[in-house]
Design a protein around this ligand. Structure first.
Ligand code: GLU
Length: 291
C-alpha cells in the first residue's frame, strides 16, 4: 500500500481535515465538539426520539454571567450552556438546532414535568425535595452558597451576620430557603438574581445570597460596586441536569456522557471558554451520583 496517495487524495484529506478543524471551532463559547454524525440509540428511548427530531429544548438561565446569560445575538452563553451543547452534540444535534428556554429557579421542575423542556442545565442543585418531581444526572459541578454585599460594606462577612437583616434571593432556590431557615434572615424575594442587583445597590437589602459562582459573575461585571462577603461558602450545591422523573435510561446515558466529557477534554474546554475566564481553577468532574 502506498504510504502517500495521489495528489488528489492528499488534497481531499487536507480539505477534510480543514473542514473538521473548522467545525470543531463552531458553536462559539467554549468550543463544543461538533455533533456526532447519525448516532443510533435504542428505539423508543429519549435519546432516539431527540436524535430523530434533530432538536432539543434545553432550559437554562438567561441572566447569570458565567453559567447562562443571553448575549446580544439572543443566544445564551456560559458553562451550563456549553454542557447543554455538548450533550446535544452527542445526540447529533448542532448548537443552532437547540431551542433554548429560559428557566428561572422556581419553574424548573414544572417545566420538566410539563415537557416544556427536555433537560434543564441551570445552576440546578440536586436535592431530595426536587427528586420527588424530577430526576438528575450529575453532578457536573459543585458550587456553594455565599453572600454578596456592596463594596463599602464592612459588617457582613458570614451568614450569621445577616440574621434579622434583609437579604435578596430567588424564590424557589435552595439559598433562599437556607438563609431564612438556618440563619434567620428576612428574605426579600425576587424572580431572578439580576433582579436583586438594584435593591442591593440602593441599599434596600443588605446582601444577596446564592451560589458563589453566580455571585462571582456579578462581582466580575461590577467590581467597583459589589464584593463577596467572604470567599468561604456555607452549603454544598451539587449541580445536576434535570430530566423527567423515571427516565432512567436517559439519566444513565447523560451520566455516561458527563464522564466522557471529563476524559476527552470537553469539560475542561467548556469551563475555560466560560466561567474559567473568571474562576481560573478548572474543576474536576465530581463523582457522578448514579442513584
Ligand atoms: N443552585 C441553587 C438552586 O438550584 C441556587 C441557584 C439557582 O437558583 O439557580 O436553587
Amino acid at each position: 500500500m502506498a504510504l502517500f496517495g495521489t495528489k488528489k487524495a492528499v488534497l481531499a484529506a487536507a480539505t477534510a481535515a480543514l473542514a473538521l478543524a473548522l467545525s470543531a471551532c463552531g458553536g462559539g463559547g467554549g468550543g463544543t465538539a461538533s455533533p456526532v454524525a447519525s448516532p443510533t440509540f435504542a428505539a423508543g428511548s429519549t435519546m432516539d426520539t431527540l436524535a430523530k427530531a434533530g432538536t432539543i429544548k434545553i432550559g437554562t438561565k438567561f441572566d447569570q454571567p458565567l453559567f447562562g446569560q443571553k448575549g446580544l445575538d439572543g443566544k445564551p452563553v456560559g458553562f451550563d450552556v456549553e454542557i447543554g451543547k455538548a450533550i446535544a452534540a452527542k445526540l447529533g444535534i448542532s448548537a443552532d438546532k437547540i431551542e433554548w428556554v429560559e428557566t428561572v429557579s422556581a419553574n424548573r421542575e414544572a417545566f420538566i414535568e410539563q415537557s416544556r423542556v427536555d433537560i434543564v442545565v441551570a445552576t440546578y442543585t440536586i436535592n431530595d425535595a426536587r427528586k420527588q418531581k424530577v430526576d438528575f444526572a450529575g453532578p457536573y459541578y459543585e458550587a456553594g452558597q455565599a453572600l454578596m454585599v456592596n463594596k463599602d460594606n464592612t459588617t457582613i462577612t458570614k451568614p450569621e451576620d445577616v440574621t434579622g437583616k434583609k437579604v435578596c434571593s430567588v424564590t424557589g432556590s435552595t439559598p433562599a430557603k437556607t438563609i431564612v431557615e438556618q440563619y434567620g434572615a428576612e428574605l426579600v424575594p425576587a424572580a431572578t438574581y439580576s433582579a436583586c442587583l438594584e435593591p442591593l445597590r440602593n441599599k434596600q437589602v443588605e446582601a444577596i445570597t446564592t451560589d458563589n459562582v453566580i455571585l462571582a459573575g456579578f462581582v466580575d461585571k461590577e467590581p467597583d460596586a459589589f464584593k463577596l462577603a467572604s470567599e468561604e461558602t456555607f452549603t454544598k450545591e451539587p449541580y445536576g441536569i434535570g430530566l423527567k422523573k423515571g427516565d432512567t435510561t436517559f439519566r444513565n446515558w447523560i451520566n455516561d456522557q458527563l464522564e466522557a466529557f471529563e476524559l476527552d477534554g470537553t469539560y475542561k474546554k467548556a469551563w475555560e471558554g466560560t466561567a474559567g475566564k473568571v474562576i481560573k481553577t478548572v474543576p474536576e468532574l465530581p463523582k457522578i451520583d448514579r442513584y
